[in-house]
Design a protein around this ligand. Structure first.
Ligand code: AMP
Length: 476
């Protein structure tokens, strides 16, 4: 299906043209019409499916048609992390480039200038707020924000928000909103807590479920079965034979990321690290350095696992095995983007064998196991259940001891999916998708250079025939 098959305003079609979006992705195909008709919706879909555009386009279409208050916040989009909030905001900037629709991202950080910017945006009544729950709550508590005219409420990666302990915050925010509104909830999974949340905040929702993504065909998956203390040697041997450029190495905890990054630097690798202890500007700087190829490799927590748009990552290395199958898919999905090829290498210590087996079962593939280089000594057998206790005692050297402790704690804490707010709940950074300065075809066969302009408020005159009408409160 093409976007032109929908009754979009010309501003929206123009934006799609500028963004080079022509054909709908499956989630867009299934949700756009329902959302344009004003239905509440539960979308079970992951990052990478095009879900952001699926919810942004109907909202933007309605805002372009008009009838919503000019100086009030009309739409609140919640995201679990500032990186996802930034990414949504960038996609929004891309779409609203030629629209009189304004937005502000509200995601915290210790930067005073940012805070001022958030305050200004909210005071002026930006049409759309993209926010992380904690930061929005603090603005609500300080009386900085009026959500009483909101017509659209969107929860992106709702399962992650609940995992991170934001359920109460979401309910507090929802209570600030008018009852008459359109609510959309997107989640990669549908555990019981999400169903409960959905029944609390959505009205007669329609549910669209996309089959959970499997790894892209272009990804060559490989694994080393090893002892923890052999992992560094494996990395050295991989990069003895090939460049360490355009590599992302994932570890589950930020303490581990710091250790690995420190050790790799000592071994002469050109690496940067990415985790939630870094300030926003430090994270931006690392991403900039990586994108501009000043650093070869990023060692990261799952902060980078979802949603980032860097097209040419060659190799993803899982220094440890993610506990969730969807985390594995997200991590390795950083490579082989847009139909290209890439490699995903997972280092599986004895402790992690059962988790790796679970992943193999889930993706319905046996990931080829690579033999350890002889100089690293003997590898343990791949025997996902039976050998664990014996094997743990055999681990040696390197990060082994800390890993053992960490793994113990993880087993205790992470048996179920929730991982709490602290060490592993880190998230993505995005590339800008704004069509600024992009050359696009125009009327009369002419080519016109599109330039940035200041985004301002949209006309207020409503057009008809827009499915769910704006709430009566909004018509003042
Ligand atoms: P998302 O799942 O929303 O994070 O989207 C993943 C990526 O796909 C983003 O870079 C989007 O800009 C891109 N994208 C989404 N929908 C389309 C589409 N219909 N055509 C081309 N690219 C798309």
């Amino acid at each position: 299906m093409y976007f032109t098959d929908f009754d979009f305003e010309y501003e929206v079609l123009d934006a799609l043209d500028a963004m080079r979006f022509e054909k709908c992705t499956p989630i867009q195909e299934q949700t756009l019409q329902l959302l344009m008709e004003g239905r509440d919706l539960i979308g079970v879909a992951q990052t990478g499916t095009g879900k952001t555009a699926a919810y942004l386009l109907p909202v933007l279409n309605k805002l372009c048609r008009g009838g919503y208050p000019e100086d009030s916040i009309n739409c609140v989009i919640m995201a679990p992390t500032r990186e996802l909030a930034q990414q949504i905001d960038r996609q929004l900037e891309g779409f609203t480039y030629f629209m009189n629709v304004s937005s502000v991202a509200v995601y915290g950080g210790n930067d005073g200038q940012r805070y001022e910017q958030e305050l200004r945006g909210m005071a002026k009544g930006a049409d759309i707020i993209v926010a992380t729950p904690g930061r929005l709550i603090s603005h609500i508590n300080l009386g900085n924000i009026d959500l009483s005219k909101v017509s659209f409420f969107i929860l992106d990666e709702a399962d992650r928000m609940l995992d991170m302990g934001f359920c109460n915050d979401i309910m507090t925010i929802a209570k600030q909103l008018p009852k008459e509104r359109q609510t959309m909830l997107f989640s990669a999974t549908m555990p019981e807590e999400i169903r409960k949340l959905a029944s609390d905040i959505l009205t007669d929702p329609v549910q669209i479920t996309l089959a959970l993504a499997k790894p892209a065909d272009g990804i060559t998956q490989q694994a080393y079965i090893c002892h923890e203390g052999q992992k560094l040697g494996i990395l050295n041997s991989i990069f003895d034979n090939e460049s360490s450029e355009r590599v992302i190495l994932f570890a589950s905890r930020k303490t581990k990321v710091k250790e690995i990054s420190h050790t790799l630097k000592k071994h002469g690798f050109n690496v940067g690290e990415m985790h939630s202890d870094l300030s926003q500007s430090e994270r931006d700087e690392i991403m900039f350095q990586y994108k501009s190829r000043k650093i070869d490799m990023i060692v990261a927590t799952d902060i980078l696992a979802r949603g980032i748009d860097i097209d040419d990552i060659r190799i993803v290395i899982n220094y440890d095995v993610p506990r969730d199958c969807d985390d594995y898919i997200h991590r390795i999905g950083r490579t082989a983007r847009a139909g290209t090829k890439g490699r995903a290498i997972t280092l599986v210590n004895i402790e992690d064998q059962e988790y790796f087996k679970r992943i193999e079962d889930f993706i319905e593939q046996n990931v080829p196991k690579i033999e350890l280089p002889a100089k690293l000594g003997e590898a343990p057998a791949y025997e996902p259940k039976s050998k664990q206790k014996e094997g743990r005692n055999k681990q040696r050297g390197g990060y082994g001891n800390k890993e053992k402790q960490g793994a113990k704690n993880r087993r205790k804490n992470n048996h179920k999916r929730g991982r709490g707010k602290s060490d592993t709940t880190d998230k993505p950074q995005a590339t800008a998708t704004t069509p600024q300065e992009s050359v696009t075809k125009q009327q009369n066969g002419e080519v016109k250079r599109r330039r940035p302009h200041h985004r301002h408020k949209r006309r207020s005159t409503p057009k008809n025939g827009d499915g769910k009408a704006p709430s009566t409160e909004n018509k003042q």
